[in-house]
Write a protein that binds this ligand. Structure first.
Ligand code: NG1
Ligand code: ZN
Length: 545
């Protein structure tokens, strides 16, 4: 697994130039699968080093999420199931970018540094828990990359645990479970039991209000990815009377014409779904992405172009969760004002303007806006006792503080709203956004309020019409932003032109930022009508070109 001898899953050597540079982006390293064997090998080696340094399990997830089937990627997961620490992202970049000739020296320097901190522990026989835990998604290149990871971890003689084909959130959950055995059993079954167990208990405690319009039927688009086999297994734990779910897009081409990213960007019904609401309506649908860390709800949109989907996106799920939590918290705070729990909501600039307004005006919470990338959202959300974070694309979860632990989880309170909060926090996968967990949590809350899709739509807020356009560019690094990516500072003069275009429309908002994962610039625009949104989007596309 060298740059020169980078052997791919097809058995060919796809050698990598000695000076080709790679960066650890918001999604780790992600490219065409041919590039990855030597990258995965070095990443797993680095994971083994970190595992020894912290005497903990460290995760290696091999996936390219919503990208096409030919791609793959790798990212590392820290002991509590969080994303890798920023300092180690820099180390990862350094180790991957070394030439074959320099690698031994780079590695030796690292080992010297890190052994110094872990040496005494090793000497005292205190290294028991160091291991590299590795999972893959359903791509054909996965098993070969798993072997590259195994070889990388072996370099430093650290135990390697292959957990097979899993969703990204399952890998995060397993890593935390290995390090905190009281959290859950570190197996697929352990994850299913923990999440579905909390769901079933909370279901029993949830009373549908009189006149409830909640429907337990749901059709799920699995993006032909890992959600299909793994969610099918999880659902075996949940009685049909509680949730009646039909899975579609289980075995076709990964992310092709389906999946959460497709539905979000195209705002269209995915393949194998009825396209019009007239024929036989499919009232409630949801879509996972390829590695099942994102989820969107949707349905066919009335009175629109054939195939148009009405989205219930990450913002709407976040607001739904926050509304439920606030209801429980308000009852609690009324009785214990001095031991209050603080809830925060974190969004990015892509959040629909109406959702931001709703949070501010109705939930009375000032939303925190951070740059794109789960890492930023997770970090900001961790400042609260209950930190709800979601990207509009459906990646999100809720994180809970130590104070929450002691007030809610460790205190077996007889108060029903606290027990609800406790169980809700266990349905949620607090390590990372999880399509399965978020789906179960959404269904619980809709049932609690007695809401249909119509209710969920009408009782919160109406989305401002919006559009997202991908504009291919030669060099996206010339675009520099500030103000949580909402203002362009480079190239000179562009922001002024954006402002001029935006000023031509009512209720408008727009920004342009370089993608961190693709060689494109993204244009985002909102305006009073869909037509105006498209006009504004098009004119901004011209500004970039
Ligand atoms: P980029 O390509 O930087 O916009 C995309 C998503 C992010 C995040 C990452 C990681 C949008 C607008 N951007 O980032 O939210 O999910 O991929 O996969 O959806
Ligand atoms: Zn994903």
């Amino acid at each position: 697994y060298t740059r020169a001898g980078n052997t791919t899953h097809t058995g060919e050597v796809h050698s990598i130039p000695q000076d080709e540079q790679f960066a650890y982006g918001t999604a780790g390293f992600r490219f065409r699968a041919e590039k990855l064997p030597f990258i995965v090998y070095r990443c797993a080696y680095l994971a083994s080093l970190r595992a020894r340094q912290l005497d903990s399990a460290i995760g290696v997830m091999i996936t390219a999420s919503h990208n096409p089937a030919q791609d793959n990627g790798v990212k590392l997961v820290d002991p509590s199931g969080d994303m890798l620490s920023s300092q180690w992202e820099i180390y990862a970049t350094e180790v991957i970018n070394a030439s074959d000739a320099d690698l031994t020296k780079v590695i030796r320097d690292f080992e010297k540094n890190f052994q110094r901190s872990s040496q005494s522990k090793i000497a005292r026989g205190l290294i028991h828990n160091a291991k590299v835990v590795c999972g893959i998604d359903t791509r054909v290149s996965g098993p070969h990359l798993m072997e590259a990871a195994r070889a990388g971890a072996a370099l430093f003689n650290v135990k390697f645990v292959d957990i097979g084909v899993v969703s990204t959130p399952m890998l995060h959950y397993s890593v935390k479970s290995f390090n905190e055995p009281e959290f859950a059993d570190p197996t697929h079954q352990g994850y299913y039991d923990a999440i579905s167990g909390a769901f079933k208990k909370l279901y029993e405690m949830t009373q549908e209000p009189d006149g409830s319009r909640y429907q337990p039927e749901l059709i799920v688009d699995c993006a032909n990815g890992v959600g299909a086999p793994r969610f099918r297994e999880l659902l075996k734990q949940i009685p049909k009377e509680m949730l009646s779910i039909e899975l579609r897009n289980e075995n076709g081409e990964l992310n092709h014409g389906c999946g959460a990213d497709f539905v979000k960007i195209a705002q269209k019904m995915p393949a194998n779904f009825i396209l019009t609401p007239d024929a036989a309506p499919e009232p409630k649908c949801a879509s996972f992405d390829g590695d099942a860390d994102r989820i969107l709800y949707f349905r066919a949109k009335n009175g629109c172009q054939y195939g148009t989907a009405e989205l219930f996106d990450g913002d709407r799920i976040a607001v739904l969760f926050a509304t439920y939590i606030k209801e429980q918290l308000d009852i609690y705070t009324a009785s214990k004002p001095r031991n209050s729990l603080k809830m925060g909501i974190v969004q990015t600039a892509y959040a629909n303007g109406s959702s931001t307004r709703f949070v501010r005006e109705h939930l009375k919470i000032e939303p925190i806006i951070v740059p794109t990338g789960v890492k930023h959202l997770h970090e900001a959300a961790s400042e609260f006792d209950i930190g709800v974070y979601f990207e509009a694309n459906g990646h999100g979860t809720i994180v809970f503080s130590k104070h929450f632990d002691s007030v809610v989880r460790r205190n077996a309170s007889p108060l029903v709203h606290l027990r609800r909060l406790h169980l809700f926090s266990r349905v949620i996968n607090e390590t990372v956004g999880d399509a399965f967990a978020d789906l179960l949590a959404t269904e619980i809350v809709l049932r609690h309020f007695g809401w249909s899709m119509d209710d969920w739509n009408q009782k919160l807020y109406q989305d401002v019409p919006n559009v997202q356009i991908k504009v291919p560019v030669a060099d996206r690094s010339i675009f520099k932003t500030t103000n949580a990516e909402q203002t362009l500072v480079k190239p000179d003069g562009l922001q002024k032109r954006i402002d001029e275009e935006v000023a031509k429309y009512k209720d408008s908002r727009a920004f342009i930022r370089p993608s961190g994962t693709e060689n494109i610039v993204r244009v985002y625009a909102e305006a009073d009508t869909l037509e105006n949104t498209h006009r504004l989007g098009k004119s901004l596309e011209q500004v970039v070109l």
